[in-house]
Design a protein around this ligand. Structure first.
Ligand code: FES
Length: 223
């Protein structure tokens, strides 16, 4: 193509592609998030340091290890347990438990509840027998006078028989065989306000007292 004023012919040069402007150097990729010796805060804690409140780069807390939490919980649980035990001891000291003794005076029903002969209904509960005859009613303590075993009532033999060493007693409680040195004891009885028989288990009467007028009034009920 010629220039209109100079007539020079201009030579068209082939277009050259302009190279892109140099860009800023790219930053290196971030280091991998894996533990690295260059980042000690990311390294796993050695066993001797576990449980410590470590701090990472810049003093930021990293994390709490589970063992430390467990240890704190254990300490709190121990303290709570000790406080509870101490409180229980104080309460026990100021409010001691009362022992519940079995009653020594027991009601065993009305005289009409018993027929003639030996009644063993209270043997297990109160360790007594109720004996009724044509003249009255009395209560025998079911304790052998040899060494304290509980004899059995043998209805077919009409006697009390001790299973330990063979002592035998009549329906009156009189010893007649075996090593028992004396008759069975009788217990104090009386009629309550409601008409029921009341047995006083603390009043024991050996045979030598049975003929005493005062004692007889306490061990025999006329029916
Ligand atoms: S205890 Fe009853 S005979 Fe020995």
């Amino acid at each position: 193509m010629s220039h209109p004023s100079t007539g020079e012919t201009a030579t068209l040069l082939p277009e050259t592609k302009s190279s892109p402007a140099p860009s800023a150097p790219r930053a290196d990729p971030l280091p991998p998030a894996t533990p690295d010796a260059a980042h000690p805060a990311l390294l796993p804690h050695p066993p001797e340091e576990r449980g410590r409140a470590d701090r990472g780069v810049g003093g930021e807390p990293v994390r709490l290890e589970f063992p430390l939490i467990w240890r704190r919980n254990f300490v709190w649980a121990s303290l709570t347990g000790m406080l509870a035990a101490g409180l229980a001891m104080v309460v026990h000291f100021f409010f001691p438990r009362t022992l519940t003794e079995p009653p020594t005076r027991v009601k065993i029903g009305y005289p009409s509840d018993y027929g003639y002969g030996v009644d063993t209904r209270w043997q297990s509960k109160h360790r007594i027998w109720v004996v009724k005859n044509s003249t009255g009613l009395f209560v025998i303590l079911a304790r052998c006078t040899h060494l304290g075993c509980t004899p059995d009532w043998k209805e077919s033999e009409n006697k009390f028989k001790c299973p330990c060493h063979g002592s035998g007693f009549t329906t009156e409680g009189i010893n007649f065989e075996g090593p028992a040195p004396q008759p069975l004891f009788r217990l104090g009885i009386e009629l309550g306000a409601d008409g029921q028989i009341v047995v006083d288990k603390l009043k024991e009467f050996p045979a030598k007292t049975w003929n005493d007028e005062a004692a007889r009034a306490q061990i025999f009920l006329k029916v």
